[in-house]
Write a protein that binds this ligand. Structure first.
Ligand code: NAI
Ligand code: MG
Length: 367
């Protein structure tokens, strides 16, 4: 059997700093769990621009298409703000998403008990929260035609079009059902079938796909009610599947229920590869944090938890993913805090590297 392969793209700003901590975990898994990853590392974003004059070299793109999973740190920074749009660091990330055709964006909202007081909601509403929002990423109103600003009857009119094909709805739905099978087997689909034809089709297609997953309990909710329910009683959900626009808003809303940007992982998945697992890009939700870059202050947990998602969804190592998440939870419960999490009285923040070491220590304690 060949080793699982992983392409690491640390990127810019705090990207390389948080990625160094993931490297420790990859080494730990090799040493202690006997799984060796074929890891290759390359440049993306400003770092790639500095070397190649483009934010993602063709060879890097080709490599990304070959590996089992890509793990990205972050891209961008003030140094690149004045670059032409076509070579901006973010374009590197967009190229990856587009050419890998990553249509399913997974945004977990997980609230570790030790951080429940960081939430804007009451502790008992969010403590232990563990939901997953699956957002369709490649279609819908951000891409639909016609679009533009036109003249009509002597005034301007701005037009965007919500457009979904059955294929687009179905492939995202399948990935959401597959996830639900690996979790608590509940899926809530959100649209506005009451006022939008694309929503009627959405509901029909998701219902049809659901017949292939009889073990998953499927429900439907209007997205506006979904927004209310997310802040009223978020723990009622397991997996939520929704379109690009609603998903953009609902996933940001759900993420903030849990506290800090430094804790939030994500995954973007595409079509199944020959090995049956989806094409996949994993990355923290946060950016390159130029305000703290190079100071060893960044919280590596979002990147570490993104790697945990890779273990679960790309490498069939769900047990190791659970173990890694439990290690992060233990470290937080022990009061270890990077700066972004240490606004409590008397808590001295630890460095990025100390946080990574603490996670390794917790892994060792629970071999
Ligand atoms: P940001 O996420 O980089 O930072 C926002 C705030 O959160 C900053 O105060 C930062 O210090 C803090 N923060 C973020 N991650 C943290 C972590 N792991 N630990 C501790 N504190 C953390 O967003 P911002 O400032 O809007 O953008 C900075 C740059 O990053 C820009 O060039 C932007 O285009 C880029 N960006 C890249 C993204 C990506 O690579 N996916 C996503 C968002 C922004
Ligand atoms: Mg957003």
């Amino acid at each position: 059997m060949t080793n699982p392969s992983l392409l690491i793209l640390p990127g810019d700003g705090i990207g390389p700093e948080v990625m160094a901590e993931v490297r420790k975990i990859i080494d730990w898994i090799g040493d202690k769990r006997g799984v060796t990853f074929d890891v290759s590392e390359d440049l993306v974003g400003g770092a790639a621009y500095d070397k190649h004059g483009v934010p993602l070299a063709d060879e890097t793109m080709a490599k990304a298409q070959e590996v089992d999973a890509v793990l990205l740190g972050a891209v961008g920074g003030p140094k690149y703000d004045d670059l032409d749009f076509s070579v901006k660091p973010e374009r590197g990330l967009l190229r990856l998403r587009k050419e890998m055709d990553l249509y399913s964006n997974l945004r977990p909202a997980q609230c570790f008990d030790a951080l429940a007081d960081f939430s804007s909601l009451k502790r008992d509403i969010v403590s232990g929260l563990d939901i997953m929002i699956v957002r369709e990423l490649t279609s819908g109103v951000y891409f639909g035609e016609p679009r533009g600003i036109f003249e009509e009857n002597g005034e301007r009119v701005g037009i965007n079009t919500q457009r979904y094909t059955e294929t687009e709805i179905e492939r995202g739905a399948r990935s959401a059902f597959e996830l639900a099978m690996k979790r608590n087997k509940r899926l809530c689909s959100m649209e506005k079938a009451n006022v939008m034809e694309s929503g009627i089709l959405w509901r029909e297609v998701v219902t049809r796909v659901g017949k292939d997953y009889p073990e998953v309990e499927l429900s439907h909710m209007y997205a506006d009610n979904g927004a209310m329910q997310l802040v009223r009683a978020p723990k009622q959900f397991d997996v939520i599947y929704t379109d690009n626009l609603f998903g953009d808003i609902l996933s940001d809303c759900a993420a903030m229920l849990t506290g800090s940007l430094g804790m939030l992982p994500s995954a973007s998945l595409g079509a199944p590869m020959a090995n049956g697992r989806p094409k996949a890009l994993y990355e923290p939700v946060h950016g390159s944090a130029p305000d703290i870059a190079g100071e060893g202050k960044a919280n590596p947990c979002a990147c570490i938890l993104s790697f945990a998602m890779a273990l679960r969804y790309s490498f069939d190592m769900g047990d190791e993913a659970d173990r890694l998440e439990a290690a992060v939870e233990k470290v937080l419960a022990d009061g270890v805090r990077t700066g972004d999490l240490s606004n409590e009285e008397g808590v001295k923040p630890v460095s990025t590297s100390d946080m990574g070491d603490a996670v390794i220590a917790a892994l060792n304690a629970n071999l």
